[in-house]
Design a binder for this molecule. Structure first.
Ligand SMILES: *Cc1c(COP(=O)(O)O)cnc(C)c1O
Length: 394
């Protein structure tokens, strides 16, 4: 099997599994309990907090553990919206191609009286700092812009946007779920007020993440209950998950540069090879791009059919489109990049990690062109395009 869907989730590394198993066997107490077993769990928890903070340039007290990236996004945005509303600010600035954890939270806030403005992301899937500068207003409560896009892989100018927001005294949150462990992230240097990350995107466990919040910013609790996480997130802490996340993040950060060099070389080989397929187009920014992301649209192909046929050949990949979730709408990300519906339906995302090899790339470069040709050969629409009855788009 070739696993090329690391943007969806990653395999836990042996170091992570060991750390979690040890924790589950030895420090399984409740960190809020006063006896020694509980206090040892509390120590393990605080040790993980300090190590995670160090990896992103934060202080331990600025780290709040959550159930993952989605919860961190929800809590960051809700908290910032509330801080803004208390000062009469109800304008929130974001982009059209955020993850649904951000977009759906914003949609809800729109119904609650906030004014949501989504910046267009252009063909390459990015926003410029000038766009953000022009859109910030007196009553802007929050700018929330993702660090890197999960579908098309573009990396946004986050340090520049951070500096701008700090200068204009506007809160800045970034969904850095695709970036942390893969790109150099430093909340202090990059002037980030709030940041979401998720363990399972860097070889940690699923169901655990972090909301970083700059010291002094009050968080709104989404879950009512006990006083865990300084009252910012009720519920007994997922200690083994958090320990696994710390191990995964340390490992990812220690090897970040070498992994990025290896993975981006594989990525570039794939991009060059797949780009040779006629009537295809690379999605996202060709230069400012996540090391592992390869995203293409193939005209005359259904993304879902392509995925299923690739699965038969032992290749795990993903399509940008949301058809699998029961909706026939193509991906909001590809539409935001200006891809027509028809083209957006024919998307393929391969997301690599350092566990992939040259042999994987060669196998993919054999399988994808074959499969695309096979699907096109079966398509009446493709026949019409080839005979000139319909125009090619790409
Ligand atoms: C995966 C992902 C999320 C959601 O994280 P979960 O931990 O799965 O809830 C949010 N944003 C981006 C950009 C992602 O890639």
């Amino acid at each position: 099997m070739i696993y090329a869907d690391n943007a969806a989730t990653t395999r836990m590394s042996p170091t992570v599994l060991d750390a979690m198993l040890t924790c589950m066997k030895e420090t399984w107490g409740n960190p809020s309990s006063l006896y020694d077993l509980g206090q040892r769990a509390a120590e393990v928890l605080e040790d993980a907090r300090a190590r995670i903070a160090a990896c992103i340039g934060a202080q331990p007290r600025e780290i709040t553990f959550t159930s993952g990236g989605s919860e961190a996004d929800n809590q960051a945005i809700r908290s910032a919206a509330r801080i803004g509303a208390e000062r009469g600010k109800r304008h929130i600035l974001s982009t059209a191609f955020e993850h649904h954890a951000v977009l759906h939270t914003l949609e809800q806030l729109g119904k609650e009286g906030y004014e949501i403005e989504l910046l267009p992301v252009g063909e390459k899937g990015t926003v410029t700092v000038q766009q953000v500068a022009q859109a910030i207003r007196e009553d802007t409560a929050l700018v929330t812009i993702m660090y890197a896009n999960n579908e098309v892989g573009s990396v946004l100018p986050i340090p520049e946007i951070g500096a701008l927001c700090r200068e204009r005294k506007v809160l800045f949150h970034t969904d850095a779920v695709q970036a942390v462990g893969h790109l150099p992230v430093d909340v202090r240097a990059q002037k980030i007020d709030m940041l979401s990350l998720s363990a399972h995107k860097f070889h940690g466990p699923k169901g655990v993440g972090v909301l970083y919040t700059r010291q002094g910013l009050p968080l709104t609790s989404l879950i009512q209950g006990g006083a865990q996480e300084r009252g910012k997130r009720a519920g007994t802490e997922n200690v083994p998950g958090i320990v696994g996340m710390a191990a995964a993040l340390e490992e990812a950060c220690a090897h970040r540069a070498e992994n990025a060099a290896k993975v981006s070389a594989l990525r570039d080989k794939l991009i060059a090879g797949l780009g040779a397929i006629p009537h295809s187009a690379l999605n996202g920014d060709p230069v400012d791009r996540l090391p592992g992301n390869v995203s293409f649209c193939f005209e005359g192909v259904e993304g879902e059919s392509l995925l299923l046929l690739l699965d038969d050949k032992g290749i795990c990949a993903s399509s940008g489109s949301a058809c699998t979730s029961g909706s026939l709408d193509p991906s909001h990300v590809l539409l935001a990049l200006g891809r027509p519906h028809e083209v957006a339906h024919g998307s393929l995302r391969l997301s690599l990690s350092e566990e992939n090899s040259e042999a994987d790339v060669e196998a993919i470069l054999k399988a994808v062109p074959e499969t695309v040709a096979c699907l096109r050969a079966m398509s009446p629409l493709w026949r019409d395009k080839c005979s000139g009855k319909q125009a090619f788009i790409l």
